[in-house]
Design a protein around this ligand. Structure first.
Ligand code: PXP
Length: 239
């Protein structure tokens, strides 16, 4: 059965928008776990636009499931990871001007650089996942780079505007997941997944864990965080 990791970045987004002390992402992490999620995800961006250093440290301390630390492969972030020792690091590409992580890592261009970061993190005893597009070449390169897990970028699938395009994009996600399993890697999936799109994964056994943030936090504004997480946990359990 697949798991669900919930990204609480957007609780921090709301706080940072007004420069207040609330809403508290640490409280969100507690509620997310109480509602049955298998992990809490935070992305500490270089520009600190949502999650702050203190959030990462406190959430790492209080989680009872697992804490997944999303980060760019920079010396600054590697140093923070080495100190806080998350249960998993997911390396993502990061551009200052983007609204959210817009694409997977390009291991064709940056494979060597990423492999060095993976080796460093694994040297600290931290398992590493690489966020990549659903492309078989990227899957092979992730294996070569030493990743334990890949996280498949589901953005193109979620954003596809026609049924035909959606099917095509979903087939790519599935093929990448199967390739990774064939290479004995763990497989996570995320970005843009919501209460509708997650149902596409019914009967797909290759995904170990879904990583979902925006749709859950958005629903939480209307129905409360515990209910929003529980509803997604139920959907994931039924897959
Ligand atoms: N996985 C990764 C690597 C991400 O960067 C994000 C976005 O922060 C997510 C999953 C979650 O995406 P969403 O917020 O669209 O559910």
């Amino acid at each position: 059965m697949a798991g669900l990791a919930v990204n609480v970045d957007h609780v921090a987004t709301l706080r940072q928008n007004r420069g207040t002390r609330y809403p508290e992402p640490v409280a969100a992490a507690v509620l997310v776990e109480m509602a049955g999620a298998d992990g809490v995800v935070v992305h500490l961006r270089e520009d600190r636009r949502h999650i702050q250093d203190r959030d990462v440290r406190v959430i790492r301390e209080i989680v009872s499931t697992k804490m997944i630390f999303e980060m760019a492969a920079t010396p600054e972030m590697i140093a923070i990871a080495s100190e806080i020792k998350p249960h998993l690091v997911t390396l993502v590409p990061e551009k200052r001007e983007e609204l959210t992580t817009e694409g997977g890592m390009d291991l064709t261009r940056h494979g060597e650089f990423v492999a060095k970061a993976v080796a460093q993190l694994k040297g600290f005893g931290i398992p590493v996942s690489l966020f990549i597009d659903p492309d078989p070449t990227q899957v092979e390169l992730a294996k070569q780079a030493g990743a334990d897990i890949i996280e498949i970028h589901t953005g193109a699938f979620c954003e596809a505007s026609t049924e035909e395009e959606k099917k095509k994009r979903f087939a790519e996600v599935l093929a990448a997941a199967r390739r990774a399993k064939g290479l004995d890697m763990g497989v996570n999936a995320g970005h843009g997944l919501c209460y509708q799109t997650v149902g596409w994964f019914k009967g797909v056994s290759e995904i170990d864990e879904f990583s979902i943030g925006h749709s859950i936090i958005s629903r939480a504004v209307l129905v409360g965080l515990e209910r929003a997480v529980r509803e997604m946990v139920e959907l994931v359990k039924q897959l």
